[in-house]
Write a protein that binds this ligand. Sequence first.
Ligand code: 13P
Length: 224
Amino acid sequence: MLIAGNWKMFKGPHETRAFLAGFRPPDDVDVVICPPYVSLAAAVDAGVTVYAQNAHWERDGAYTGEVSAAMLAELGVRGSIIGHSERRQHFCETDETVRLRAEAVLDAGLGVIACLGETEGEREAGATEEVLRRQVAVLPEHERLVIAYEPVWAIGTGRTASPQQAQEAHALIKSLHAAQVLYGGSVKPDNAAELLAQPDVDGALVGGASLDPTSFLAICFAAR
Ligand code: 13P
């Protein structure tokens, strides 16, 4: 089981150190923290496994505002989230840039959590399978790449996919790709165990509930 906390644009270095000072997840669950860039070093220093939230495909160059996988590796960061729906929605991320970023992170020797999932409109139009097939198709198969199924309508809304909806999507993704598949979208301490009990749910990518150490630890323990 892998439980990753995506902190999004929350927690500078000071809050990161405070969160991790007393953070003791169970030994038998893989736990990853994904803080903003400026807090990566503080998280690495605290001794947890740290992923970034994005990485550029070039090693270096004239790409103002971007950070390369090689730079993350130098810092002791072990991987990166790629293709989060917030990047796709607000920052013009496409399936093609997701592919480029994922390949670069793997080439740098790091791990990838590649995010995908349908919007509410796509689900209502009956296009979920077509969208997932298209998004999975660009992802390389690699032992260090895991997929996170995050239905966009469930992110930050409190509207979790039902365990059956998650299981159905995960089974489809696994029929197309050999990766482990995490579920993301309003995972909370009170729904984590049931979601994680589904046969094709291999872990969780947690947003809001990862910002509080008590609720994030409760989810980590639910994964045992
Ligand atoms: P929430 O858990 O806040 O819905 O966010 C999910 C997510 O986007 C994780 O990447």
